[in-house]
Design a binder for this molecule. Structure first.
Ligand code: MG
Ligand code: ZN
Length: 222
């Protein structure tokens, strides 16, 4: 075990160097970028669909989708109206890293985009350890996962700039103590901006969309 630590540190520092390159490329093109992270099935792709569908007339949105296999999610993003959708297949890796995004970015026409959404691999553990170079990270939690997830996956909840709580339409049907959930979140990430919403019914989606537009505009005015 003592040998492993320097190896992991080396991998992470190499990752951070490429993440900085990715950030520089995005900044040079004036593109604001979000890293969507969540467990499988929480609604990352559904939130991308809703966001792209609602904002397609206002923003040019490019999507980079990370999955172990298939291009199903990039196909969904394109069908929802994303101006560009690029799929990364990790071939087994359970997270995206800066190297993978670095290889995908040349396939994106950054000059033709205002916003880049990167959909990470569905996983509540290691995506938190790998910076991609994106500007902000968004965690998508969902009601059916249960209210104990902030306590079980603290590093994921700790390291994000926004939290979406999806599938609130299911609150009447599954046990979920919102107070207990929020207490756990607050202990790890005090004051993190939170959007309870339902991608299925559209309830609560408006504040989320306004936040996205605001973030893109902040970037433009820098
Ligand atoms: Mg997906
Ligand atoms: Zn992983």
């Amino acid at each position: 075990m003592t040998i492993r630590i320097p190896v992991v540190e080396k991998i992470l520092s190499a990752n951070d160097r490429l993440a900085a390159e990715n950030r520089a490329a995005l900044d040079a093109a004036g593109v604001f970028s979000l890293n969507f992270m969540a467990s499988p099935g929480a609604g990352k792709t559904s939130l991308i669909e809703q966001t792209v569908h609602a904002l397609a007339g206002k923003l040019r949105i490019a999507v980079v989708d990370g999955d172990i296999a298939t291009s199903l999610d990039a196909d969904r993003a394109a069908a929802a109206g994303a101006s560009q959708a690029v799929q990364i297949n990790t071939g087994g890796d359970c997270h995206l890293d800066a190297v993978m995004l670095h290889e995908a970015l040349p396939k994106v026409n950054l000059a033709g985009a205002d916003l880049l959404i990167v959909e990470n691999v569905g996983n509540l553990v290691c995506p938190a350890s790998f910076a991609l170079g994106t500007h902000k990270s968004v965690l998508i939690a969902s009601i059916p996962e249960g209210d104990d997830k902030p306590y079980k996956y603290p590093s994921m909840y700790h390291g994000v700039e926004a939290l979406v709580v999806n599938k609130i339409d299911l609150l009447p049907y599954v046990p979920f103590r919102m107070d207990f959930f929020r207490q756990g979140v607050e202990a790890l990430n005090p004051g993190v901006i939170t959007f309870p919403l339902s991608c299925r019914t559209g309830e609560g989606i408006e504040p989320w969309l306004n936040w996205v537009i605001q973030q893109v505009n902040l970037k433009r005015n820098l």
